[in-house]
Design a protein around this ligand. Structure first.
Ligand SMILES: Cc1cc2nc3c(=O)[nH]c(=O)nc-3n(C[C@H](O)[C@H](O)[C@H](O)COP(=O)(O)OP(=O)(O)OC[C@H]3O[C@@H](n4cnc5c(N)ncnc54)[C@H](O)[C@@H]3O)c2cc1C
Length: 410
């Protein structure tokens, strides 16, 4: 039996649920079709189960990447951060701000975000069908027919695609939604893992496996621009991770397609090479008989200094009063400009987002309706837009879902 709705939404994640609220609030009959047993699995695991649902700077286009910044800006300004927060406040979600402007629910539970969105959809008369993996989408201007793998059939005057990206397949993510819109004539970019750890062959890095330090990480881009981030840097058996790396990966993954990239790491962020040299001089004059390794006690972890000193060719047991000025300078350079070559991103299994997606030029930035096939709307991570780490990707999902749901101009 075919069920008929004004708005059929494919995908019950962040963008799909927000689109459902938006469309149902406007009076549309709505159904959300979700492949998984549960709605919003990525929301549930996000922010370590706490859901970093947006960022105080979440409508600033400079935090987003994709082929067309104007397209991104047009969507974000239709549901900016203050209006997103008002919307969540109306749903009962009190938010709190953490470092770098990141906003979390006061409950510290991602579950609450899924629960309140689902509840609002249902209260507004919307329907939800889970275990409905959509495998067929046909139609055009006059409406669409949507069929799930198990043969259930829906008809919609319009369809909102919200099937997300392909990162973390174990959460059910795949390219089935992208394939559906490609069959209707859309095209997409190549896809890459984003907000992801990076591989490195550096043996010093491997030796520091498990260590997390506060560091400034910078990297030159082929455009001449240098990207910089100061936060956690985590060493792993495959390479580097932590907030700095995940965040920089939003732009570095693209750069890595052209070849390895040399990171510059300052393990004493905020200090120049001159300042570090002066700092070491003072410390060494105060305790001249200490070994080089011990001279860092209380300043840097031995888990960091030991491999760093050895890798840099310094004798750990050298007594500091015998170390020359030139060697002190060389060591200060190592501490402020330690070079780590990274070779590529970890695979999609470990990536928070997908870089790339449906070409923005095929979508109306005001409404998110397809230029290729009228009545089809595209939202969220399946579009060629991704944000920095820190709540920006959810902001994109909320804003784009809201815009598509509202059906401007009709
Ligand atoms: C581990 C992890 C942590 C993250 N943490 C954060 C964070 O704290 N802050 C932040 O801003 N971003 C975070 N993200 C990114 C964020 O989760 C995504 O950018 C966001 O969920 C994208 O929303 P979406 O609705 O486009 O896609 P999704 O939320 O992925 O929703 C897509 C939905 O469509 C369904 N679907 C797919 N294909 C079909 C089909 N054929 N038929 C029916 N249903 C289908 C999927 O099952 C899924 O439920 C995180 C991501 C991961 C993986």
């Amino acid at each position: 039996m075919k069920q008929e709705f004004e708005t059929v939404i494919i995908g019950g994640g962040a963008a799909g649920l927000m689109a459902a609220v938006s469309a149902a609030q406007r009076g549309d009959s709505v159904v959300v079709l979700e492949a998984n047993v549960q709605l919003g699995r990525k929301i549930l695991v996000s922010g370590n189960g706490r859901c970093n649902l947006t960022n105080i700077d979440g409508d600033n286009v400079s935090h987003f990447h994709g082929s067309n910044p104007r397209f991104i800006g047009s969507v974000l300004e239709q549901l900016p951060v203050n209006e997103t927060l008002a919307l969540f406040d109306d749903l009962g979600v009190v938010t709190k701000q953490e470092k770098r402007g990141r906003l979390f629910p006061q409950s510290d539970q991602a579950r609450s975000i899924v629960d309140v969105l689902e509840d609002r959809v249902v209260q507004l008369g919307g329907q939800i069908a889970t275990q409905a993996r959509i495998e067929q989408l046909d139609g055009g201007d006059g409406g669409y027919e949507v069929r799930s793998g198990d043969g259930r059939l829906w008809r919609g005057d319009r369809v909102i695609m919200a099937s997300g990206g392909i990162s973390v397949p174990k959460l059910g993510a795949d390219d089935s939604g992208l394939q559906l819109v490609e069959k209707l004539g859309h095209s997409r970019t190549s896809l890459y893992p984003g907000l992801v750890a990076l591989n490195s062959d550096n043996p010093q890095v491997h030796r520091m496996q498990g260590l997390k330090v506060w560091a400034q990480v910078s990297a030159p881009l082929s455009s001449g621009r240098v990207v910089v981030d100061t936060d956690d840097l985590l060493f792993a058996k495959y390479g580097v991770s932590g907030f700095t790396i995940l965040n920089l990966s939003a732009v570095l993954v693209d750069e890595l397609r052209r070849g390895p990239v040399e990171l510059s790491v300052n393990v004493l962020p905020g200090h120049s090479v001159e300042e570090v040299s002066a700092l070491l001089k003072t410390r060494w004059e105060r305790n001249p008989r200490r070994s080089l390794e011990l001279s860092f006690a209380g300043l840097l972890s031995t888990k960091l200094t030991r491999p760093l000193l050895e890798g840099g060719g310094f004798e750990r047991e050298s007594v500091v009063q015998r170390i020359s000025k030139a060697q002190r300078w060389q060591l200060s350079q190592l501490l402020t400009d330690w070079r780590i070559m990274v070779t590529g991103p970890r695979p999609f299994e470990y990536a928070e987002v997908t870089i790339g997606g449906v070409h923005n030029g095929e979508i109306d930035a005001q409404t998110l309706e397809s230029y290729i096939t009228p009545g089809l709307y595209l939202t969220g991570e399946m579009i060629d837009v991704h944000g920095d780490l820190g709540g920006f990707n959810f902001q994109w999902a909320w804003s784009s879902g809201w815009v598509a749901g509202r059906r401007l101009g009709s």
